[in-house]
Ligand binder design. Structure first.
Ligand code: ADP
Ligand code: MG
Length: 330
């Protein structure tokens, strides 16, 4: 794999929030790599730090009480964290766009949906006038399966699934290189989740967009992702191709996630809680964050941060057991 295949590389990203006088360690030294045209699934329970990572990439963390304390976010080798705000504004919506879990947070309730699409197009188009942007916005509506004449309707005139389609139209209007899809189907009815996911997948292939897909649904990962990163308490505990993760889950947390799947029916492939609770992010364990819940944890697991063990074909697992079994091989 040559360097040029890599679109986005995140190195040692840490994000903290200040909340009630305490420091929330939301993201703790995350490394991620997304190749061009591929889909990386970021999987983990609520509170694991997934949204904080997406917001860091776009630099839309809250202005007050949130801080990126370490790391680099390299897009085609350029560190987004070092860009001026004006430069970031050019990138948002054009090179990188985001689909949020709840479509209502992304749509303005008092503005016609079509205008909201046209606005993004106009903001970034180099040539063309308002009429061109309107025409393109109508085209985008049609592409996501909504008749173009509904351009003039307001968000409340649409169902949840259709609102999310509008959000997708906005996100893809400028053919971004990178789409951050943060639980894009979680807020939707089960019956339309699959349709919306299919739509995202089709458009992503058509536009050759790379995607970071945040989900807590292993069924979604199985359907859409090429690579998978499993995140626990702000730490990537396992990373590999979909085949590596599904065929050889190695971290006790990942194994727990699969082990807890109640049935083989895809609809039920939700992450199931493993015994115990995730650690308090204001008071993380010194060693492996999963050690308090891990059936295999030893003293060593609780002591120091665990270094990743990587197989020659790139399957990473941050677990002392893997390190030990590797040492045993020599
Ligand atoms: N604005 C905020 N202020 C304080 N804590 C926050 C804020 N946003 C997120 N957090 C905390 O950071 C951690 C990670 O949150 P988040 O990135 O939203 O996780 P996920 O998307 O995986 O559910 C959680 O403990 C959450 O409560
Ligand atoms: Mg989230």
């Amino acid at each position: 794999m040559t360097e040029s295949n890599v679109l986005l590389e995140i190195k040692d990203l840490s994000v903290e929030y200040l909340s009630d006088g305490k420091t929330v360690h939301a993201v703790n030294g995350v490394d991620l790599c997304l190749k061009r045209g591929r889909t990386l699934g970021l999987v983990g329970e609520t509170g694991a730090g997934k949204t904080s990572i997406c917001r860091s990439i776009l630099r839309i963390l809250p202005d007050v009480g949130a801080e990126i304390t370490s790391g680099e976010i390299l897009m085609e080798g350029k560190d987004l964290l070092h860009l001026k705000e004006e430069e970031m504004q050019k990138i948002r919506g054009k090179n990188i766009s985001m689909i949020f879990q709840d479509p209502m947070t992304a749509l303005n309730p008092v503005e016609r949906v079509g205008d909201q699409i046209a606005e993004v197009i106009e903001l970034h188009q180099e040539q063309g006038n308002h009429e061109d942007a309107v025409r393109r916005a109508k085209e985008m509506l049609e592409i996501v399966g909504i008749p173009g004449e509904r351009y003039y309707d307001y968000p409340h005139q649409f169902s949840g699934g259709m609102k999310q389609r509008v959000v997708i139209a906005i996100a893809l209007a400028c053919s971004p290189q990178l789409l951050l899809a943060d639980e894009p189907t979680t807020a939707l009815d089960v019956t339309i989740q699959a349709q919306v996911l299919d739509l995202i997948e089709d458009l992503q292939k058509q536009y050759e967009t790379s995607m970071l897909l945040v989900t807590h649904d292993m069924g979604v990962v199985a359907q859409v992702c090429d690579e998978v990163a499993v995140i626990y308490a702000g730490t990537i505990v396992e990373y590999g191709t979909k085949e590596q993760i599904f065929d050889h889950p190695s971290h006790p947390y990942t194994i727990g996630l699969f082990g807890a799947i109640p049935s083989m029916s895809e609809d039920e492939m939700w992450l199931h809680p493993i015994d115990g609770m995730p650690p308090d992010p204001t008071d993380l364990p010194a060693g492996c964050p999963f050690s308090p819940r891990c059936p295999y944890a030893s003293e060593a697991c609780r002591k120091d941060r665990i270094q990743p063990a990587v197989t020659p074909d790139g399957h990473m697992c941050r677990c002392i057991r893997i390190e030990q079994s590797k040492k045993g091989e020599h």
